[in-house]
Design a protein around this ligand. Structure first.
Ligand code: GLP
Length: 242
């Protein structure tokens, strides 16, 4: 694991953004894994500027999102379909067919999960996966206790995650869906490389367990220790427990 500690969240995002932009520049057909949450927004903004100001070509890339809530209409402002559209697809000027998000609002989310795992394989696999980390060490929506070899599947959200994400639902935890479809830890580990971005003291404990703790499903992000090409961009506050 390469851990890069920056003084501020903005500088951590710039370093991670430069890494992602370089990967796109080096491979115009890049398959890019994108994450939701507030942490990667600085990366997306960095890449948007590279597109607008330096002509970075994203016309041939394909994106796969990590996860989606179950039972939220795709046009709900907090559905990850909508969030990815608003933070990646639209600002980068991608065509909708370049961007894939798991189908969480179907009659059969289990089948949708299997189909999504297959779609990633059919695209040749993710070349570079962007991930954030939950305060409890989750990646995607792989909560503590998730199998380290898991594939894309339906999961139940941990109450802490629903509390953390209540801020996107007018502070109402009960409005946060209970289930999700998420790429598995095994699916994430299949990516060619992984860029993690995290900032703030609320992530310090999870970052310390991920980097220095035992590889264990108690901290799903610790599985990244098993991957040979992981780049972790954090600010001083998130690095405080290292
Ligand atoms: C959600 C997403 C994760 C993300 C996490 C952290 O749970 N499913 O992919 O890493 O939020 O979000 P934030 O970056 O806003 O702290």
């Amino acid at each position: 694991m390469d851990v890069v500690i920056s003084p501020t969240p903005v500088s951590a995002a710039s370093q991670a953004g430069a890494k992602v932009a370089e990967a796109i520049a080096n491979n115009p057909r890049l398959v890019l894994g994108v994450a939701t949450g507030s942490s990667p927004l600085g990366i997306y903004e960095y890449v948007r500027r590279e597109i607008e100001e330096n002509g970075l070509d994203v016309s041939g890339i394909t994106c796969f999102a990590l996860d989606e809530y179950v039972g939220l209409p795709e046009d709900h402002p907090e559905s990850y379909h909508r969030v990815v559209a608003a933070t990646v697809t639209e600002p980068w000027g991608l065509k909708p067919e370049q961007v894939h998000v798991p189908a969480g609002n179907t009659g059969n989310p289990r089948q949708a999960a299997l189909d999504y795992d297959q779609a990633i394989k059919d695209a040749g696999g993710v070349d570079l996966q962007i991930v954030g980390i939950g305060g409890n060490g989750h990646i995607g929506f792989n909560e503590p206790g998730s199998s380290l070899g898991s594939r894309t599947r339906v999961k139940t959200l941990h109450p802490r995650t629903r509390e953390d994400n209540a801020r996107f639902f007018d502070g109402d935890m009960n409005a946060v869906p209970i289930h999700c479809v998420t790429q598995g830890i095994g699916t994430i580990l299949d990516a060619g490389s992984v860029v993690m971005i995290a900032s703030g003291e609320a992530k310090a404990d999870a970052i310390a367990k991920m980097v220095e703790g035992a590889v264990s499903s108690n901290c799903p992000a610790s599985a990244l220790q098993l991957h040979p090409h992981v780049f972790v961009y954090i600010d001083d506050a998130a690095a405080a427990d290292l």
